[in-house]
Design a protein around this ligand. Structure first.
Ligand code: PLP
Length: 410
């Protein structure tokens, strides 16, 4: 008689597990939204947006913040403000969402992919220096899923070559590294507030920085060239050397985010506790491990939590089969992650429009992308859910022989 439910064994959990309702909704926020609506101050750097900018910058420990339309244009505006343009190169990790690589491309620069660390899945500092050329004008480490990139090592290399770092913190709202908020160590920190993110307003993004000049430039870029605080009737002056856009967000988004920010710290702590429960539940199983949190991250932010079935015990068993087995036990863990950008179905830059450092592939990223299964941050909120997921992964992973049998038959 088989153990695994997918082969007719007894299912581990009958009830679907409990997740945090996402995006969160509450009447207090609805009331504040009504106030903004009635005020008519909906955009154009309304007081509500400026208040959120101050709150978000203070939370992560920087002096300035510029609230914007999404976490792609925040990257693009940061790079433009740093002087990135045609013919330049920008280093990005192979494992990220396409936006990290497309932001430099939109400015006429070439994205250069560097492989990831097998432990944290973030840009591998050991492979960074070899990717730098005379054309490298910025480095974008991504704090991906549930790990913060090794900022100490990355910044040391970047400083040695005098190259600015833009931290892509789209997954890392609320995370801290070595006592400082993520995004505050690089020249600019870029965040996304798209619907699935750890604080979310449907769409939205923000840049944080300690550099006043950069903050001013980013603001001009997002606000068609108008300076912050320009009064009606005051003459606007075209900003020299910048191509500006309407990359503005609205006060409605700012209200939603401002309310969510109040509980972010506590939520991240809970996510971390439950991540630890799942980590402990699988740590003695041969062949399976979890994405390691950042070396100096405390608290570690979480956009998602990933299991890696990369031991030889799982040779010949695809992650689709593993996922189907987990679903049959009552715990879908199917968020498989992005995979290498250059293999994404929607990534259609010509091969001569991007570079892969060291050759044609990033082998660690290519391999691990086929071995990772993850859950979104909402599933990290309840201890009971963490225990259920841990138990399902344990059951499935300790029955690799049955999985292989199933894989061979299907
Ligand atoms: C790592 C990373 N960077 C940037 C972005 C872009 O953010 P947005 O979707 O808000 O443009 C995302 C979005 O998912 C992301 O995951």
């Amino acid at each position: 008689m088989a153990n695994l439910a997918i082969l007719g064994g007894e299912k581990l959990f009958g009830e679907p597990y409990k997740n945090l309702t996402w995006p969160p909704r509450d009447l207090n926020t609805a009331e504040r939204l009504k106030e903004v609506y009635m005020s008519g101050a909906w955009s154009f750097n309304s007081p509500t947006e400026e208040q959120f900018e101050r709150e978000f910058a203070a939370f992560h420990g920087t002096k300035y913040a510029v609230f914007m339309a999404n976490g792609t244009v925040t990257l693009e505006a940061s790079l433009q403000a740093l002087g990135v343009g045609k013919g330049d190169e920008v280093i990005v990790p192979a494992l990220t969402w396409m936006a990290t690589a497309l932001a430099p491309y939109y400015l006429g620069a070439t994205p250069v992919f560097v492989d990831i660390e097998p432990t944290t899945l973030c840009l591998d500092p050991a492979q960074l220096e070899a990717a730098i050329t005379s054309k490298t004008k910025a480095i974008i480490p991504v704090h991906v899923y549930g790990s913060t990139a090794d900022l100490e090592k990355i910044l040391a290399i970047a400083d040695k070559h005098n190259i600015p770092v833009v931290e892509d913190c789209a997954h890392m709202q609320g995370g801290f590294w070595n006592g400082k908020g993520v995004g505050s160590r690089g020249k600019v920190g870029s965040f996304s507030f798209q619907q699935s993110k750890t604080i979310a307003s449907g769409e939205g993004g923000i840049c944080i920085t300690d550099d006043e000049e950069l903050a001013k430039k980013i603001y001009l870029i997002k606000h068609i060239g108008y300076q912050r605080g320009l009064k009606q009737g005051q003459a606007a002056k075209a900003p020299e050397g910048l191509v500006c856009h309407n990359y503005r967000a609205t006060a409605f988004q700012a209200v939603i985010l401002s309310e969510q920010l109040k509980t972010l710290h506590d939520r991240i702590r809970i996510y971390g506790e439950n991540a630890k429960i799942m980590t402990d539940m699988v740590k003695d199983i041969p062949g399976v491990r979890v994405q390691e949190p950042g070396r100096l991250a405390d608290p570690q932010g979480y956009y998602s939590f990933h299991f890696l079935f990369d031991g030889e015990e799982f040779n010949g068993i695809s992650k689709d089969v593993i996922n189907r087995a987990c679903i049959a036990e009552g715990a879908p863990i199917g968020n498989g992650g992005h995979g290498p950008v250059y293999k994404h179905a929607l990534f259609n830059l010509r091969r001569d429009e991007y570079r892969i450092a060291g050759g044609e592939t990033c082998p660690v990223c290519d391999f691990l992308s086929t071995r990772m299964l993850g859950i979104a941050h909402q599933s990290l909120y309840y201890k009971q859910t963490a225990e259920q997921i841990g138990a399902v992964v344990r059951k499935v992973a300790t029955n690799a022989d049955e999985l292989r049998e199933f894989a061979a038959e299907s």
